[in-house]
Ligand binder design. Structure first.
Ligand code: FES
Length: 189
């Protein structure tokens, strides 16, 4: 739906100018007709101004509601991690800025969030123990992001991953909550 002749932004601007105009009018009356102005007339102007604002806000609210809203671009959060052959089997790579772990196993790739599912601390990968560890309350997760110990209620959240030609592309816009690790979560190479 389009409203080419009535732009709500302009309408709102116009409506907010009315009280200013009324104020200027009143000033002018006070300055020029100080002697003859009646109190009743001043009150009358004030009421006109207030009424115009109320009616204007109603009209503006209606048109703003009808006006087609510009779609907010939520911003795709895509991470191109690299070429699939850049990663070694058994390797866990951390993308610090994005807070994403990418794991390559014999079967394929798995990408998940580094944000702990307990209270959102960032977990670390312990290469020696092959575990993710949360520094806040001592939680530990296995290499698939499953909870081994500690208070987190669920595994680390998964990210959608695709292999586009030979590139590993991770979509971080919608972390996927999961109850457990399942082999189907691995994207085969
Ligand atoms: S925030 Fe990670 S265990 Fe509490």
């Amino acid at each position: 739906m389009t409203w080419p002749l009535i732009n709500p932004v302009m309408l709102n601007l116009f409506l907010h100018l009315i009280p200013i105009w009324v104020g200027m009018e009143m000033n002018s009356i006070l300055n020029n007709e100080k002697k003859s102005i009646s109190r009743r007339r001043l009150i009358g102007y004030a009421w006109i101004g207030a009424g115009a604002v109320v009616i204007g806000e109603l009209i503006f609210g209606t048109f703003a509601f009808l006006w087609p809203r510009r779609r907010k671009n939520k911003g795709e959060k895509i991470l191109i991690a690299g070429k699939k052959n850049d990663f070694k089997v058994g390797e866990v790579v951390y993308f610090r800025k994005e807070r994403v772990f990418l794991e390559k196993s014999e079967e394929g790739f798995l990408a998940f969030s580094a944000v702990c599912t307990h209270l959102n601390c960032v977990v670390n990968w312990n290469e020696r123990l092959k575990k993710f560890e949360c520094p806040c309350h001592g939680a530990k997760f296995n290499r698939y992001g499953e909870v081994l110990e500690g208070p987190p209620p669920r595994p680390l959240d998964l990210f959608k991953l695709q292999l586009v030609e030979d590139k590993v592309v991770i979509d971080m816009s919608n972390p996927i909550e999961r109850r457990r690790f399942e082999p189907s979560q691995i994207v085969k190479v």
